[in-house]
Design a protein around this ligand. Sequence first.
Ligand SMILES: *[C@@H]1O[C@H](CO)[C@@H](O)[C@H](O)[C@H]1NC(C)=O
Ligand SMILES: *[C@@H]1O[C@H](CO)[C@@H](O)[C@H](O)[C@H]1NC(C)=O
Ligand SMILES: [Zn+2]
Length: 377
Amino acid sequence: MDRQEINKKILQELVKLPDNNHCADCGAPEPEWASCKLGVFVCLQCSGVHRNLSGRIKSIILDFWEDDLVKFMKSNGNAIAKVEYEKAVPVYYYRPQKDDCAVLREQWIRAKYERMEFAGVLKYPPLGYTTGFYEGMLLKKGKVNGQYLKRKFILSQAEFTLTYHNKEDESKKPKACIHIKDLNVTFQPDKIGHANGLQISYLVDTHTRNLYVYHESGEEIVTWFNAIRAARFAYLKTAYPTGSDKELVPRITRNYLKEGYMEKTGPTQLEQFKKRWFILDAQERKLLYFKGQLDATEQKAVFIGTESRGFSVKESLPKGARGNKWKYGIVMETKERQFAFLCERKEEQKEWVEALKLVMAKPMQPQDYTTEANLKG
Ligand SMILES: *[C@@H]1O[C@H](CO)[C@@H](O)[C@H](O)[C@H]1NC(C)=O
Ligand SMILES: *[C@@H]1O[C@H](CO)[C@@H](O)[C@H](O)[C@H]1NC(C)=O
Ligand SMILES: [Zn+2]
């Protein structure tokens, strides 16, 4: 074997080690790239961000490897980098997963290695998301013709509120004051049509309202995201004082199990099918539908119970469907009525049925009975 073959073999063995066999940054399995500056093994997508940071990226399969670089990788690796760069990640700080959007991935990598926010060095003033108070301008989608307009947002952990103002003048009453208790926040770049698009949802009475915002700076929008997560975490700590971090962290923010368009008919099933935007919230056991994708408030929320309580869902074409464009049918039984939906594509039909079945298979928790009672009628 020549040197090159030996080096490749050493790398193949290195990347099989327990800490190296997942991307150092997003956890994706079997990374095939390495940062020769930091000595970490990363996935293809994270390697793109590292290339922008330091440029010293190599494929462990395709590239030529010098002996001393192989030695360097061997004496570093993901475990050692983690000890150094993830020494002090706040428990509420969001660590991106392999399928997360680009801005979360890029800012996590930059925060870690470029700005060294978690290395436990105190060379920075307190970071935006650590202070319990954050304010700034965000572009917010307005009611009229969907234009995005600059609005001032203020997050206060002491008050557990997020407020926004239409004018920069804060002496005027805020346009909305949202309690942190009722708040969810999630990145929605595709829906909003901007790489840094963030959706903020909250409850008004029993209705969900959505705000759509973005900021031109990726760092700024991710700071907002984590500042809101910090406030949510602080709130959960006071609401559930005995809850462990492990129990509370998954409740800080959550993504919907499935979202998308389906056609629906009315209760008699003789009504014309109409296209609606559906959201399945697995945590709250709710199927919500909206007239339009970016609507602030849903038309209706349907409680999703368990199979043993008479809920079911199957792929089936409702009889006598009228006014439908789409063909792939779903029939769902709830306690009150039968719902008929139509999907545009067969895969979507399958995904919706699977997602709904997943919720129906989950045992009901005490708070679910309250949700069910609130959604009746
Ligand atoms: C790298 O930088 C370029 C230029 O700024 C940018 O267009 C690209 O999206 C960046 N790639 C990643 C993966 O961040
Ligand atoms: C957001 O999530 C929390 C915790 O999971 C939940 O209690 C709350 O009702 C949710 N809010 C909305 C608007 O969906
Ligand atoms: Zn990765």
